[in-house]
Design a protein around this ligand. Sequence first.
Ligand code: ADP
Ligand code: MG
Length: 585
Amino acid sequence: MKARLPPMIAIAAIAAAPLLLSDYYIILMNYIGLASLVALGLVLLTGVAGLTSFGQAAFVGLGAYATAVVTTRYGWSPWLGLAVGMTLTATAALFLGFITLRLSDQYLPLGTIAWGISIYFAFGNLVFLGEHSGIPGIPPLSLFGWTIDTGWRLYLVIWLVVLLALLAARNLLDSRIGRAIRTLNGHARMAESFGVDTGRLKIIVFVYSALLASLAGWLYAHFLRYVSPSPFGINAGIDYLFMAVIGGSGHIWGAVAGASILTLMREWLKDILPHLLGRNGNYEIIVFGLLVVLLLHRTSSGLMPFLVRMLPGGRLLRPVAAAPLPQRPRLARGETLLAIDRVSKSFGAIGAVRELSFELKAGGIVGLIGPNGAGKSTVFNLATGLLPVTAGSIMFRGQRIERLGSREIAELGIARTFQHPNLLADRSALENAAIGAHLRGEAGLIAASLRLERAEEARLRDEAARQLERVGLGANLHDAAGSLPLGSQRILEIARALCADPLLLLLDEPAAGLRHLEKQALAALLRDLRDDGVSILLVEHDMNFLMGLADRVLVMEFGRLIADGPPHAVQSDPAVLEAYLGVAA
Ligand code: ADP
Ligand code: MG
């Protein structure tokens, strides 16, 4: 496949490097490899999941110091040093992630800065860590009796680890968990309504990225054979972040690109500037800072998207038809599905929903209309657990759900679309739809990284492709969601909701922006879904559209229900006419 070409070239270049480069550049490449590992963690954490950490250097330090202490003080093997370092790092990251990520995303950068500074001072001030003079005499690694103590042997080990880490990260991003990680960047509410535990996932990604940093620290300690606090300070943490951002937020190879550019640029500046300026000094730091700002200014999402655009692209293939996923048993027509009882919702002084009561039976298509601001979308948010009710109760199939979170409600079989399409704009329609099927898979991060979940993944993708074909987007499977017309984005939202195999489908203005023929196709789809046992509640303004489609129409105004009946009766209801036209009939 063409998409494999750039990585293949990079891998070939990495393999050939020891034959071509001088010792100086081999050592530089080793530093680049180590930095790439740390930056890769940040590409996942910051670039993909949208969470910023300035403290990665501290995790590098933890990995380095852990192995330094146990190998020099206790004479343990470096492999035990790795285990100790990884355990310490995972514990620290879990703790830090738990106290900062749970609160709010903004606290993470602050928390990581505080953590980065305090661990740096701990390295420098603890006597048993050698204070500022550090720990010398760290033994080299050895593998099957092969001592890894020269530049090019280290080079091979470091870059093998980097390539494996890149491979694992690529696998991860190409999986169910990877899709869920992508939603963390600004789409957490949507993801929760499809069953993604975003709080837990943030911590998992944070720990994953910390472990990559720690692994780099372990390699670093056995490469330099000496650790001291200075490479693990907050400055280094900022450098790593720059590498991830400059290389390219969403691209795993961006980590290598960013690490290479920053490391080489700094080295060259360090050589060139004193000659140019005729005096010594840390001028490279000043020029370097300016260059970084310039680079960020030119390419807000990093260099990688820019590089990728110049190369021929590949695409996800439509999966080979897999055994379909199991479906929920359908309900008997007429069973009470949703019962909303005297529900109110206030936002401060605004009563968005007031004492609202209605019931939905299984097997119908019900329209929900009302002027803008009537509270229709709020009803959806209450029924899907995105907002807590102020008063009243909501039952789904006889079970109280008004205190449940959106994940639990999703599991019971309610799926929704959003009035303002809530899609990952630069991901394909197929990937977006597959997010809806999150709860129908179970493979976790490790299985995904090792690619052990391919059978399940194929079934999820196949389901996504099937639902896209069903809604009429079969020709757009591989198009970026954001490139579709707004009307199609709404239809894509329906496909994503259908991937959740819902019993009740809540559609918020699905027909807005559709042309006449597209509306007819949508109506046919909705009838087809109803015949298939899916109950539908849809917000819609176009009464003509609802006329031949809905069995019943609910009308809201100022948070209250003002009419409820078959479409033709509602259409001539004086209260409805007044609400819409402002005049009594
Ligand atoms: P509709 O979907 O019928 O147009 P909404 O349910 O979106 O109406 O909004 C009903 C009222 O509640 C509006 O006055 C709106 O401004 C207000 N509202 C909705 N969501 C929020 C929110 N999250 N915070 C504050 N006010 C809100
Ligand atoms: Mg609305």
